[in-house]
Design a binder for this molecule. Structure first.
Ligand code: SF4
Length: 328
């Protein structure tokens, strides 16, 4: 798998300082408005044909970040540029053109697929909506998409509930693929599948990338899956990116104590991934009231005084490898 860095190719997608604060409903007695600080100052670039894996514990903001990138959630601050165009500032009519280029695959395709539509209609809907195909061309295109994602053509008339989990995810991929996207954002797309089905879906995504040059932002909590599919990896903790770099650099030589602890918390089938003494303990603090200084300091075994009051900036520790820690 080729290595991708910030400088190899002009970026297809640029995420710049993305931030999301969700207002919390006021209680019976009012009081000051509170916010969940879901994502804070997220920045990275994505090249054509590249996969960036985003990892972190549940509640780290990775799914909110994914939804902001495709504008299912409006950011509080920051912007997303696709081929140099700021899509976060586009009015809905203009955004429609860009919807074709950037597609989303959900964790549970069942909840995102209309249960009353037949599989063929689910896949043909975006082709009709975007005026890509009609009549016999539409039928041929849907059949081709079924073939391409490994679904038998006789399933075209079935309803989503008649599909297995893996087949439903293939259906979601066919629907996303229908409009020739440049970027697919996959949010925990294989997490609900059995391990053998996971591998088949991941291999399908990689084949489609090789064939069509699609770039992926692949959100997952399973490190082995992320290691398998990603060119570069972003590690998030409590809404912030704490480490970012080439897949092998991050997995084989993690520089942030949180990344080290994540690697140590699960077995990764790679002899070159070495484990250290840093282990994860304690709970993730509330994103409504994140700790001052380094947000990881309440769980970090290496914390020093400065960590409790000064937020570490994310800085380059090696070419293309960025880390937010006072000790690096
Ligand atoms: Fe740990 Fe301090 Fe580094 Fe944060 S800045 S990860 S608390 S050593």
């Amino acid at each position: 798998m080729p290595d991708h860095t910030d400088t190899l190719q002009p970026p297809l997608l640029e995420v710049q300082g993305l931030k999301k604060d969700f207002p919390v409903k006021r209680g019976l007695f009012g009081g000051p408005r509170k916010y969940v600080h879901a994502v804070d100052d997220l920045s990275f670039t994505l090249s054509p044909g590249e996969t960036i894996g985003v990892v972190g514990e549940s509640g780290c903001g990775k799914s909110t970040a994914a939804r902001m990138i495709v504008r299912l959630v409006e950011p509080t601050a920051g912007r997303v540029l696709l081929n140099g165009v700021d899509i976060t500032a586009l009015p809905p009519a203009k955004m429609r053109e860009f919807r074709r280029s950037i597609q989303f695959i959900f964790q549970d395709p069942y909840s995102s697929l209309n249960p009353r539509l037949r599989a063929g209609d689910i896949v043909s809907e975006p082709l009709v909506n975007f005026g890509i195909a009609r009549g016999s061309e539409l039928t041929e295109r849907v059949e081709w998409l079924f073939d391409r994602v490994g679904l038998r053509r006789e399933l075209i008339d079935r309803l989503p509930h008649e599909f297995s989990g893996g087949q439903r995810q293939r259906l979601g991929i066919a629907r996303a693929l229908a409009v020739n996207p440049k970027v697919i954002v996959a949010d925990e797309a294989v997490s609900a599948l059995d391990v053998s089905v996971q591998a088949q879906v991941i291999n399908l995504l990689r084949d489609l990338q090789d064939e069509f040059g699609i770039a992926y932002i692949f959100i997952a909590h399973d490190l082995a899956v992320v290691q398998h599919i990603s060119h570069r990896v972003a590690v998030m903790y409590l809404g912030q990116m704490v480490e970012f770099g080439a897949r092998d650099a991050v997995f084989r030589s993690p520089q942030h104590p949180y990344t080290e602890a994540l690697m140590n918390s699960v077995p990764i089938p790679d002899p070159e991934v070495t484990t250290t003494d840093v282990v994860l303990s304690g709970e993730v603090p509330s994103p409504m009231n994140p700790p001052p200084g380094c947000r990881f300091h309440t769980r970090c075994p290496l914390a020093i005084d400065k960590c409790r009051s000064v937020q570490p900036p994310i800085k380059e520790v090696a070419p293309g490898h960025r880390v937010a820690c006072h000790l690096r």
